[in-house]
Design a protein around this ligand. Structure first.
Ligand SMILES: NC(=O)c1ccc[n+]([C@@H]2O[C@H](COP(=O)([O-])OP(=O)(O)OC[C@H]3O[C@@H](n4cnc5c(N)ncnc54)[C@H](OP(=O)(O)O)[C@@H]3O)[C@@H](O)[C@H]2O)c1
Length: 299
């Protein structure tokens, strides 16, 4: 029930009509008995500065940021978390007590959370046996690939980035090395480098936008086999993509990006409210929306 004490959250994007985040976040807020509301905020690029300046004035506690504003909001942040700075993109803004804006990026943490939820541990810890996941192959070099590369390199994995535009992959590597100077991260052309790199990889990630639409080509070379020991992760969260289907045909473990979507939202929820996110409730809310007929996806 919205009343005079209701606190405001939302998602800034353009367009934003089909976003899944309000369903997921409002379900979580209700489950925790928190008097907040999370609303879609359609903001065209020319009005982005005014919208951001207005957040503290309107009493917003925080917002998510989605396409096309994730990079454009950077100059308006009073502070960036290390990952947002390294990745050069913000997906979560916290409005602080003094009205200043903190920019974070929860995609990388959401990705790691979902791996963990699947029992996949990357990185070393003194109390545990060495992780069998040592080498990652990331296809794509956009904002999502940067977030994934940041957390995998930070966990000590060897990372190979394969991208259609090689310069972008090289730029990604330079960015990651600024954050993790010792990181063994390399850039390669897509798709020609796949045949050489794939057999060595333990974790393969599609971080391209290929697979969102039915007519998309594979983000892979179909002549390059997967191996049963490999984990193949597709950041696309609309379901079982042709890329995942191919990986399964070879006996690899295939995981879609829905879990990452949930966990990046859970991280944002916790930043804003300080309360542990009810992850199962968020998953159920998304599942309900996914099963609704003719619902396009965005977040
Ligand atoms: N599950 C989640 O929570 C989550 C979170 C964030 C993002 N995502 C998903 O991750 C995907 C990537 O997002 P993004 O923000 O990183 O997008 P982006 O910045 O636009 O990057 C797109 C990437 O796809 C590549 N690509 C596009 N068309 C291609 C083609 N025809 N052949 C080869 N490569 C192609 C691009 O290569 P070039 O550099 O050569 O153009 C680039 O590397 C999206 O599908 C998004 O929905 C999921």
């Amino acid at each position: 029930m919205v009343n005079g004490s209701t606190r405001l959250l939302g998602v800034i994007g353009w367009p934003v009509a089909h976003t899944l985040s309000p369903a997921m976040q409002n379900a979580a807020l209700a489950a925790r008995g928190l008097n907040y509301i999370y609303v879609p905020l359609p903001v065209p690029p020319e009005r982005l500065p005014a919208a951001l300046y207005g957040l503290p004035a309107l009493g917003f506690v925080g917002v998510n940021v989605t396409v096309p504003h994730k990079e454009a909001v950077l100059p308006y942040m009073a502070e960036l978390t290390p990952i947002a700075m390294a990745v050069g993109a913000v997906n979560t803004i916290v409005v602080r007590e003094d009205g200043s804006l903190l920019g974070d990026n929860t995609d990388g943490a959401g990705f790691l959370d979902d791996l963990r939820a699947h029992g996949i541990r990357v990185g070393e810890s003194p109390d545990e046996a060495p992780s069998p996941y040592r080498r990652a192959l990331i296809v794509g070099a956009g904002g999502a690939a940067r977030a994934v590369a940041y957390v995998l390199a930070g966990a000590g994995m060897e990372v190979a980035v394969v991208n259609r535009t090689l310069e972008r992959a090289l730029d990604l590597c330079a960015t990651i090395r600024r954050a993790w100077p010792e990181a063994p991260i390399t850039a390669h052309p897509f798709p020609s480098a796949l045949a050489r790199l794939a057999p060595e990889a333990d974790l393969i990630v599609n971080a391209t936008s290929l697979g969102l639409h039915e007519a998309d080509p594979l983000p892979w070379d179909p002549a390059v086999p997967f191996l049963p020991r490999q984990v193949v992760y597709d950041l696309i969260y609309t379901g079982r993509t042709p890329f995942l289907a191919l990986a399964e045909q070879y006996g690899a473990r295939a995981i879609g990006g829905l879990g990452m979507l949930i966990y990046q939202g859970a991280r944002a929820f916790e930043l804003w409210t300080g309360v542990p996110a009810p992850v199962e409730v968020m998953a159920a809310a998304l599942e309900k929306r996914r099963n609704a007929p003719c619902q396009p996806f965005a977040f």
